[in-house]
Design a protein around this ligand. Structure first.
Ligand SMILES: *Cc1c(COP(=O)(O)O)cnc(C)c1O
Length: 394
């Protein structure tokens, strides 16, 4: 199937559109806000927060220095699709996949001595050196060496022929909150570890701590790389740390009206009949539901839109369908926007997150595999990825 045919076919139903120009602008804006000459890691874990890691990585490749993922499998997908830049797996590595990671030149994070030992074994058995970044737990209390164990761990690593200590980093727990004290304490603990390592002639090439929120608030410490995820997608880390105006949400989700009809006063809608029309009302059914990633909490609360006309959701969001209030002119086949950048009043990821009582990170990553992703650049469709069908068009 040609790209044009795939576009016709997939945009006739629920689909996501990813603006790669806006993604590249966001990446440039983040680099401009990072300390001078700092390397930039684009975090594309969780399928690029739902935006599609392969196409995002292809678009970012010329603008960034590293990619960051959470799992070895995510890194392998990028390698299989031709991504050559260094990739750091930030999560604890799956020990059954270490050899695959090493063979594909994937940099691993180590935060326990057991993982170091497993990597030595794996590196020996494939006859290669493994690149490591030392993860130090300065307060997040999730993964990483305790600061007091960091020196011994790095010395041990430095003595292994199969290992190369290429980086050291930590991760902030509260960089997206207005109280910066906990982040300052984490930076202090991290810099102290680096000082001790240096005094023992251990100076990893890449030292990094800042996520999007820390880049935006300037809490980067004395490091030479930053790791940016959420803000690259134009989404604010939190209400307290919003992205500046130059950033733009790159994701929109659209669907089409599948049936238009009228409710009479008193008619109920959808499971539980939780909405009842007060008077005659024009409504429409759409083929988008919570199995596409729309939180069920949008029931009777969220809205779809078309060119600035807001269309409130009536009744419960179902697994595969949602009913909206329209006007007389709506017709079957009409395109409607579910999530957009808000410029015409459409629901943004932040709006959806607020209604669902969660953060935008979760809403973006929830867009499911059956929603085809359409990638746009210079107003042209450049690629389509359909995870459920396992198909890609370019
Ligand atoms: C996800 C992640 C990031 C990116 O965080 P954002 O808030 O999305 O910028 C950075 N570092 C680590 C270790 C992560 O897990």
């Amino acid at each position: 199937m040609e790209l044009a045919d795939a576009y016709r076919r997939f945009t006739a139903g629920t689909h996501a559109i990813i603006d790669l120009d806006a993604y590249q602008r966001n990446l440039r804006a983040l680099r401009a806000r990072a300390p001078r000459s700092s390397a930039l890691m684009a975090v594309v874990k969780a399928d690029a927060y739902g935006h599609g890691a392969v196409q995002c990585a292809l678009a970012a490749e010329s603008l960034v220095d590293w990619f960051g993922v959470a799992r070895i499998q995510e890194a392998l997908v990028l390698r299989a699709r031709g991504i050559r830049l260094p990739i750091l797996v930030m999560g604890p590595p799956n020990v059954e996949e270490l050899e695959l990671a090493i063979v594909h030149d994937i940099t691993l994070s180590v935060g326990t001595i057991e993982h170091v030992a497993a990597i030595i074994t794996a590196a020996r058995s494939c006859g290669r050196t493994s690149q490591l970044h030392l993860k130090i737990d300065t307060g997040m209390h999730r993964y990483g060496f305790h600061p007091k164990d960091a020196l011994a761990a790095s010395q041990y690593i430095s003595h292994q022929a199969e290992l190369s200590l290429n980086g050291a980093y930590t991760h902030f727990a509260t960089a997206d909150e207005s109280d910066q004290l906990p982040t300052k304490l984490q930076i202090h603990a991290f810099e102290e570890v680096l000082r001790v390592l240096r005094s023992h002639e251990i100076a990893p090439r890449f030292v990094h701590c800042a996520n999007s929120a820390a880049i935006l608030t300037g809490m980067t410490g004395t490091t030479n790389m930053v790791r940016a995820g959420i803000a690259t997608y134009g989404i604010s880390p939190s209400d307290e740390v919003p992205v500046p105006n130059e950033f733009q949400q790159i994701l929109s989700v659209k669907t089409r009206i599948s049936r238009v009809f009228e409710l009479e006063a008193g008619d109920g809608v959808s499971y539980g009949l939780s909405y009842r029309a007060e008077k005659r009302e024009h409504v429409a059914a759409t083929a988008a539901g919570y199995a596409d990633g729309l939180p069920r909490q949008l029931s009777n609360t969220g809205w779809f839109s078309a060119e600035g006309n807001l269309m409130p959701i009536r009744g419960r969001v179902c697994m595969d369908q949602t009913v909206i209030s329209t006007n007389r002119k709506a017709a079957s086949g009409d395109a409607v926007c579910i999530i957009g950048d808000g410029s015409l009043g459409e629901m943004t990821l932040d709006d959806v997150a607020r209604i669902a009582g969660t953060n935008s990170y979760e809403i973006a990553t929830r867009v499911t595999a059956r929603v085809p992703r359409v990638y746009v650049r210079d107003r042209d469709v450049v690629a389509i990825e359909h995870l459920l069908l396992g198909e890609a068009y370019a």
